[in-house]
Design a protein around this ligand. Structure first.
Ligand code: IMP
Length: 194
């Protein structure tokens, strides 16, 4: 079985391949599938944006598609950057910008969560949405060199996501949780089909 992941982000592809390979599912990037789409993510929620990305790919290739939309929601900033996480600052300045905007926020008030909405459009065109959440805190400075985006400043049990191995991050992360819900759904439907 082949599923397209509606992204060319190498980190997301690796994370998805790790999770879905035990099911014998081949995860293809948009590039692998020979398509190039970049729809405007103008939804108000993670789920709306994930649906926009999944539909844009599914319209071009009649294969099952998974799309995720994720972001970081910081309590002291009323949930910002949230769905605007990618547009909060240039990619190389995301962490510095958030640290700057939180410089007066004391320990104890630096709680945050990563959220993922992951949409599956299956081979019959049925659309399903699954959510994953990972709670943590925002550090005072960058730690670690793994990962991407806000990983160096997001502390999960006092260790930054960028200090974890990819497998360790996948085991607890927002996207890992949402993708495993899709895995469980597919496992069940594949069993029912047998
Ligand atoms: P998108 O889901 O690719 O639209 O990601 C939105 C933004 O959230 C991007 O700027 C990413 O850097 C950030 N982001 C999403 N997932 C993660 C993650 O697992 N770690 C760090 N940053 C993330």
């Amino acid at each position: 079985m082949k599923i397209i992941l509606a992204t060319n982000n190498a980190n997301k592809l690796r994370e998805a391949r790790e999770i879905f390979s035990p099911l014998g599912i081949d995860i293809l990037s948009q590039k692998d599938a020979g398509i190039s789409v970049n729809p405007e993510e103008n939804g108000k929620t993670f789920a709306e944006n994930a649906l926009i990305k999944a539909r844009a790919v599914h319209e071009l290739v009649k294969l099952p598609v998974i799309a995720d939309d994720s972001g970081l929601c910081v309590d002291a900033l009323d949930g910002a950057p949230g769905v605007y996480s990618a547009r909060y600052a240039p990619e190389n300045l995301l962490c510095e910008t958030l640290l700057q905007n939180m410089q007066n926020v004391p320990d104890g008030e630096r709680t945050a969560k990563f959220v993922t909405a992951a949409v599956l459009i299956d081979e019959n065109g049925k659309e399903l949405c699954f959510e994953g959440v990972c709670s943590g805190t925002i550090a005072h400075e960058r730690k670690g060199t793994n990962g991407f985006g806000y990983d160096p400043i997001f502390l999960y049990e006092n260790v930054s996501f960028a200090e974890l191995d990819p497998e360790q991050k996948n085991a607890v992360s927002h996207r890992g949780k949402a993708f495993r819900k899709i895995y469980d759904y597919l496992t069940q439907t594949l069993q029912e089909g047998n």
